[in-house]
Design a protein around this ligand. Structure first.
Ligand SMILES: *[C@@H]1O[C@H](CO)[C@@H](O)[C@H](O)[C@H]1NC(C)=O
Ligand SMILES: *[C@@H]1O[C@H](CO)[C@@H](O)[C@H](O)[C@H]1NC(C)=O
Ligand SMILES: *[C@@H]1O[C@H](CO)[C@@H](O)[C@H](O)[C@H]1NC(C)=O
Length: 276
């Protein structure tokens, strides 16, 4: 693949007339970098990523140093340090081509819109409440389930913390406050809540985010979080049908919700930041 890429790039630049590339719009990219290639002079990966962007900017108007620094910082959307080493940035077609020749470049992907999908059931997983992994794992005790989704409706009874033990000291996550979401909304069941929309806003700078927090305005994240880890809720029914106790697959597990799927749009740069 890597050996074919330069030829492909070369063919494209031969075919496209030059005026198209000057009119072409910037787009957002996720750039995977090889951290072992970072020169020791850089104090952090973040400063290396900024320097990489600064080195490839279209500096046709010879901007001042301050203007160049501002435009470099405004191009960077996220630095990633766990899920991958690299960053996301808003780049013109010539800038992304220049990035591909930068030291430490591994690969790049255009930021893509994503659609929500749903979970499957305990039958799909082959779980049995009498024997096997389900009772052996004690229904998820000591497990923290991180979900990347549309957020969570913290008032749902599935996220009450009745019967939950105190939050383990190994937990390092946060309960981030935002629109209609304060720190009281986390408890011993819902232990983490964070939200990511900088990639979406980099794509559509004038977008209004209606609920800028981990609160779920769609329902899908609440559905998947309660399917995975919802606490026992007694005496429920579907309009009188199928009455009984509802619970998730792992009713003793904890939930950490990372909202990256917005009514206004979904981008891979935000999903990767949530995973990171
Ligand atoms: C959070 O919001 C709820 C509902 O609006 C309110 O009852 C509670 O006091 C708030 N907690 C904090 C810490 O502000
Ligand atoms: C965003 O809003 C600003 C200020 O109102 C305007 O100048 C700009 O053209 C808008 N950008 C887009 C992409 O609509
Ligand atoms: C959303 O909330 C975050 C964190 O409080 C803030 O930095 C950001 O500017 C907000 N975005 C919008 C679009 O209001």
């Amino acid at each position: 693949m890597a050996t074919h890429l330069p030829l492909y790039v070369c063919l494209i630049s031969l075919i496209i007339p030059p005026f198209i590339s000057t009119l072409a719009q910037s787009d957002n990219y996720i750039i995977h970098m090889d951290l072992s290639s970072m020169p020791k002079a850089f104090p952090s990966p973040h400063s290396w990523y900024l320097a990489t962007i600064a080195s490839i900017l279209d500096n046709t108007k010879a901007p001042t140093t301050t203007a160049a620094a501002t435009s470099t910082a405004s191009k960077l959307i996220y630095g990633y340090g766990n899920a991958i080493h690299g960053f996301s940035a808003s780049l013109s077609p010539s800038e992304i081509e220049a990035i591909k020749t930068s030291p430490g470049y591994v690969s790049s992907y255009r930021d893509m819109p994503v659609r929500v999908d749903t979970t499957h059931s305990s039958q799909f997983l082959g779980l049995n409440s009498v024997s096997g992994v389900w009772p052996v794992a004690d229904y998820g005790r000591d497990i923290i389930i991180g979900l990347v989704n549309t957020g969570i409706w913290p008032e749902s009874k599935s996220f009450d913390d009745d019967g939950m033990t105190k939050i383990p000291s190994r937990w390092k996550g946060e309960c981030e406050i935002g629109t209609q979401f304060n720190s009281s909304m986390c408890n011993k069941k819902l232990i983490g809540a964070r939200f990511f929309n900088k990639g979406l806003l980099a794509k559509f700078p004038n977008l209004t985010i209606s609920v800028n927090s981990t609160r779920d305005t769609d329902g899908h994240g609440t559905h998947t979080a309660s399917t995975a880890a919802g606490n026992y809720v007694e005496v429920v029914s579907y309009f009188g049908y199928a009455s009984g106790t509802v619970r998730g697959i792992a009713p003793r597990a904890r939930v950490a919700m990372y909202k990256a799927l917005w009514d206004e749009g979904v981008y891979t740069s935000d999903i990767l930041a949530a995973i990171d």
